[in-house]
Design a protein around this ligand. Structure first.
Ligand code: 26Y
Length: 793
């Protein structure tokens, strides 16, 4: 398509869709006009994909997820449909700032972190591979909260991405289902009939997800909750306006907010409602689609694979059995078999507190028939495999339920899948030894290299052509180039320019000046004790103290960059945020160390900020307590963008190290096994602190008010934790982390060698493409085949 055709399309949308003339159009107007023009180019392949799927009677994959952390869509769509350069030319021609227009788009934060972003990468890969698939989730009015810092503390604000029109979606008033809650179960002619007490409408909103080169597009179908009756007219006419609007407000609450990854008690009722709401609507939708084409529901497993993204949609098991058994009259055992033939479950955590459990009371109140069916499923399973119960201590364990109802269960890295077999799912694994399979996570190279890092991707394409974008393993063709000084120079140059851009952004948005030749050392992820941001900040404190001891030393300059949100109810994580910000304000104002050390913590880390930070990183901090991080996916994005990792043998770090080579990875810390052993040593933290004077002094600085304007109490909680229970073994891993960090310093000074290691990280990270992950799910779990590519744009 030519630039002028795109320009006509943008101008036409500006006029006819937005009712604006170019003289009065705002950045928003231009952005929406361009988005609509881009969307137009996706609609044909989207329709064609659906038609091809029907024609081939292909098996469909349904990915059920409470979270889709899709971020911004415009730039990705322009790149994937091949019109990015044309679009830029159009706006240059119009004399408008293209970057500003792209950045006007709100970041759709319909997820908390890794699990939600993984779902978004998977959708893009499913489209790139041409696998007929649909993502199902919730159209939250308010995504993940916006984070601000007030005096260094996290403050949460409601996110409101939907106050602007979401231009990518199509509302589907005809695709709507009534979803019930509560009520009673009756018996009628030998069949159970559930008569819910209340009901809301789940209405579909579709967003096309286009793959590379626009060859295929799948759908992300998000459900919004609507009332059955908009207004109680009787109450309204009686003058009680608030009460009249109540049904609407109550119904809409269900799709109002995304739950922050949290363990608070409040809102449990609403969370379970959300889970059932979107799961039930999705199942009804896919059964309706199946029945439009086929007449025997016993064929469902041949035509449909359903992937449960963690236990959040686990109610799909009993719901599918309820539909097949109660509503369609199938034998219970047959219904079970069919449901199990369709369902698969991905586990994303071994942390016991993060595995969902619902009390019998709440489950019985909101979903009385489902509780009965869960009892029956439990009994049936125990008859065959005594010793494991889904229900225990008055609770339903959703992990066990998901496992029992699934054809395949998977972990998200090799280590994690192995640990599943010996920890939380040990007994179930022993009973069903073939059920757990590993599917190591991946990230889409389109967004996480091609789009977010145009300098590096341009250089790669110059060297090896653009085949790597669709087949990331071809990045290995870069290997011979890492011995070419000219290539390495350009590699270093691309990284440096990305750092200059980031430095400018940091200066403008935070008023902190950073040296683009310093090492950019980045830890971005949710704030959690197991991810150990406090280990990083302790090392920062110790380094700063040492620099002050030796102000004439030849220190390697570093910019420590942090990003991440804490769950609003997670007090300790919020203390860590406060500590990082407090340390930053002391260190950044210290004239003695300012040429070597800066601490930068921009607020409101999100997908857009990740896209800015990752291309500019030299060092990737992946320092979780071994055995706790299921996989990590940020670690893959960094390696792909030529950052070196300092990390523990945890999650996918293990596999990253294997792929990039042990020489190109800074390893430290205890292994998962050593961690378990160390915990049994009484006084392990004290022991570690007494053996390492640097650590002792850093912990002391938390207690003596150095970072709290003399207040000895402000960070006492963190200090006491590190020197007391220290469940996450910050103290025990400190010395080795310090050692590895100094090795990093040394290595960074040998710029040529560092560049070579960085380039090797890029060349050897292609395996971490989500295309590889999806191919593997397709062959090992879904038995789904890619359809033929349709056409090239
Ligand atoms: C129960 C509920 C409130 C809840 C909500 C969100 C519980 C957990 C989560 C999110 C979990 C999550 O994001 N897990 C991450 O999944 C990534 C993708 O597999 C992994 O890379 C990462 O290690 C894991 O922490």
């Amino acid at each position: 398509m030519s630039t002028s055709a795109l320009k006509d399309s943008v101008l036409s949308h500006l006029k006819y869709s937005l009712g604006k003339d170019p003289e009065h159009a705002t950045t928003y107007d231009w952005r929406v006009a361009l988005s609509l023009a881009a969307r137009d180019r996706i609609v044909d392949p989207w329709f064609e994909s659906t038609r091809a799927t029907y024609r081939a009677d292909a098996k469909r994959v349904y990915y059920l997820s409470m979270e889709f952390l899709i971020g911004r869509l415009l730039e990705d769509a322009l790149v994937n449909t091949g019109v990015y350069d044309d679009a830029k030319a159009v706006f240059d021609d119009l004399g408008l700032n293209f970057g500003e227009i792209l950045h006007d788009e709100p970041d759709a934060a319909l997820g908390n972190g890794g699990l939600g972003r993984l779902a978004a990468c998977f959708l893009e890969s499913l489209s790139t591979l041409g696998i007929p698939a649909m993502g199902y989730g919730i159209r939250y009015e308010h995504g993940l909260f916006r984070q601000r810092f007030e005096g260094g503390r996290q403050v949460e604000e409601a996110e409101d991405w939907l106050t602007q029109e979401h231009v990518w979606e199509f509302e589907r008033p005809e695709a709507a289902f009534e979803i019930g809650f509560g009520g009673q179960v009756y018996e009628n002619g030998g069949r159970a009939v559930w008569r819910p007490q209340e009901a809301v409408i789940a209405q579909a909103f579709d967003t096309p997800v286009v793959g590379w080169k626009g060859e295929w597009a799948n759908t992300l179908r998000l459900w919004g909750a609507l009332p059955k009756t908009v207004l109680d007219l009787q109450r309204f006419n009686a003058g009680d306006y608030a009460a009249a609007a109540e049904p609407e407000a109550l119904a809409r609450t269900i799709s109002r907010v995304l739950y922050p990854d949290d363990t608070t008690e409040e809102g449990k009722h609403l969370r379970l409602k959300q889970e059932y709401f979107f799961t039930a609507a999705s199942l009804r939708d896919l059964i309706r689609r199946f029945e439009a084409e086929h007449d025997d529901l016993r064929d469902l497993p041949k035509r449909v694979a359903i992937q449960l993204n963690d236990t959040h949609p686990a109610i799909a098991g009993p719901e599918l059995v309820r539909i097949l058994h109660d509503e369609r009259g199938m034998e219970f055992e047959t219904a079970m078999e069919i449901a199990r033939g369709c369902l698969n479950y991905t586990n994303h955590t071994l942390l016991p507190e993060a595995l969902e459990r619902w009390s019998d009371g709440l489950m019985g109140y909101l979903l009385p028939r489902h509780l009965q069916l869960i009892e029956r499923i439990d009994t049936a399973h125990q008859t065959q495999h005594p010793g494991i119960a889904i229900r225990e201590h008055g609770e339903v364990k959703m992990g066990e339920l998901s496992f029992i109802m699934a054809n395949r269960v998977n972990g998200v890295s090799a280590l994690h899948s192995d640990l599943m077999k010996v920890t939380v799912f040990k007994d179930l694994h022993d009973m069903h030894p073939d059920r757990i399979v590993n599917q190591t996570n991946g990230v889409t190279p389109r967004r996480w290299l091609r789009t977010c890092n145009p300098r590096l991707s341009g250089l790669i394409t110059d060297a090896i052509g653009d085949g790597w974008i669709k087949d990331a393993e071809r990045l290995s063709e870069l290997e011979p180039h890492v011995n070419d000084a000219g290539f390495l120079d350009r590699f270093v140059q691309a990284k440096r320019e990305n750092k200059v851009d980031l430095g400018q952004w940091i200066a403008e948005s935070m008023g902190i000046s950073v040296d683009p030749d310093a090492m950019f050392d980045v830890q971005i992820k949710r704030i959690h004790e197991y991810k150990r941001q406090h280990l990083n900040i302790l090392e920062t404190i110790a380094l700063w103290q040492e620099m002050r001891d030796n102000p004439n030393g030849d220190w390697t300059p570093r910019v420590k960059i942090f990003g991440g949100k804490a769950a609003p109810g997670y007090v300790f994580a919020k203390e860590i945020i406060y500590l990082i910000n407090s340390v930053a304000s002391v260190i950044n104002n210290d004239p003695v160390t300012s040429k070597w050390l800066k601490v930068v913590y921009p607020a409101n880390y999100n997908v857009t900020l990740a896209e800015r930070l990752i291309p500019a990183a030299n060092l990737s901090e992946q320092i979780s307590t071994a055995g706790k991080e299921a996989s990590g996916t940020g670690n893959m994005k960094f390696a792909l963008n030529g950052a070196l990792t300092i990390g523990t043998l945890d999650g996918a770090n293990v596999e990253i190290r294997e792929h990039v080579g042990a020489d190109n990875f800074f390893l430290f810390g205890m292994t998962a096994e050593e961690v378990m052993e160390r915990r049994t040593v009484e006084g392990h933290a004290w022991d570690a602190i007494s053996k390492d004077p640097r650590l002792a002094r850093a912990v002391d600085a938390l207690r003596n008010g150095t970072f709290a304007g003399g207040d000895h109490d402000r960070f006492r909680g963190i200090a006491d934790n590190i020197s007391g229970p220290d469940y996450f073994l910050v103290a025990s891993d400190f010395s080795d982390y310090w050692r590895a960090s100094r090795e990093v310093d040394q290595a960074f000074r040998d710029t040529g060698h560092w560049a070579r290691m960085a380039a090797l990280n890029t060349a050897r990270s292609g395996w971490f493409s989500s295309d590889r992950t999806i191919r593997s799910y397709a062959s090992e779990i879904w038995d789904a085949l890619p359809s033929k590519p349709l056409r090239n744009i």
